[in-house]
Design a protein. Structure first.
Length: 316
């Protein structure tokens, strides 16, 4: 703000007071206009990517599954995932992008309160005796291509089914029954349709219209995890946009031998780059409750709660 000092030496007092009154009125008019235009300023939130842009994102996820097996027995399973994902922009069109995705690193751990470690996999370190180790090694550096609208909605994925085939080939499973079970399970998580819905969680958050700070909008995505989120732009500057969301989630999980049906809520905090629209960091917390069924236990419904925290941080 520039401050001008005006010294009156020759004017009479009455002219001085009139001048000061005019300056004061002008000041309040400018202030009112500033407040009005600032409060009504609108922003276009969207992706603005360029061909050959490359982003690397670190993902960390913790999921705790609690099951009430009986009145005096509770089972708690903890799943942890760490990974690094590279996104490379291959083509830019008027209203959408073609992006290639690859897992550069992946670590998985599953443990329970009753038996300790169940799975402990570092995809870079292959254990020739462990089919699961070989399976997840098959995911590394395998290219998946998806088409994404400027609001982050993913409209198609190419390569998911080929990825599943590559993972199964790496496992070298000879028993046909086991192979089919594994194929069904992997397709539920890594098939093209499943990946399209999964990726939306970290890309699909922008509105289709100009917004002000404190404005809200809604988006949805489906799959094993169905979510309806209400987003809000909480703050924005030349470098970053800050968004938050609250939403409802529904989990309908059907894996061989296990069925889960749960409902709950999630909260999201997100910071994005205002220049290119890509995320800088995101934190998702969710809790869902319902019932699960395990084939080995018959038709009994098991009260189940899943709490999860997922973080994404841009590292390159």
């Amino acid at each position: 703000m520039k401050i001008f000092t005006i010294v009156f030496c020759t004017f009479a007092l009455r002219y001085t007071s009139r001048f000061l009154m005019a300056v004061k009125n002008t000041y309040f008019l400018i202030l009112a206009l500033f407040i009005f235009t600032s409060s009504s300023a609108q922003f276009s939130l969207c992706y603005n990517l360029k061909k050959n842009d490359v982003f690397e994102v670190k993902q960390e996820a913790t999921q705790i599954i609690s099951q009430e097996l009986s009145t005096d027995e509770n089972q708690e399973i903890t799943n942890k995932i760490e990974g690094v994902i590279r996104f490379s922009v291959k083509d830019v069109q008027t209203d959408q992008y073609t992006i290639e995705m690859q897992f550069l690193d992946l670590k998985l751990n599953m443990s329970s309160n009753s038996v300790g470690n169940i799975i402990d996999i570092d995809a870079h370190k292959v254990n020739p005796e462990d089919p699961q180790s070989r399976i997840f090694n098959g995911i590394l550096n395998f290219p998946i291509t998806f088409s994404m609208k400027k609001d982050g909605n993913i409209i198609s994925v190419d390569g998911g089914d080929a990825l599943v085939a590559n993972m199964l080939a790496a496992a070298n499973i000879e028993d046909e029954f086991t192979l089919e079970l594994m194929k069904t399970s992997l397709k539920n998580d890594f098939g093209s349709e499943a990946l399209a819905e999964s990726y939306k969680q970290m890309t699909y958050f922008y509105p289709n219209q100009m917004v002000n700070v404190k404005d809200t909008w809604e988006n949805n995505y489906n799959g094993e995890l169905t979510a309806c989120n209400v987003w809000e732009l909480t703050a924005i500057n030349d470098d970053e946009a800050h968004l938050m969301a609250k939403g409802t989630v529904t989990m309908a999980i059907e894996n061989p031998g296990v069925l889960m049906s749960l409902k709950g809520e999630q909260q999201i905090e997100l910071t994005t780059n205002t220049t290119n629209g890509f995320l800088k960091n995101m934190v998702i917390n969710s809790t869902a409750k319902g019932n699960s069924k395990v084939e080995q236990l018959g038709e009994a419904s098991i009260p189940t709660t899943i709490k999860s925290k997922i973080t994404y941080n841009l590292i390159k």
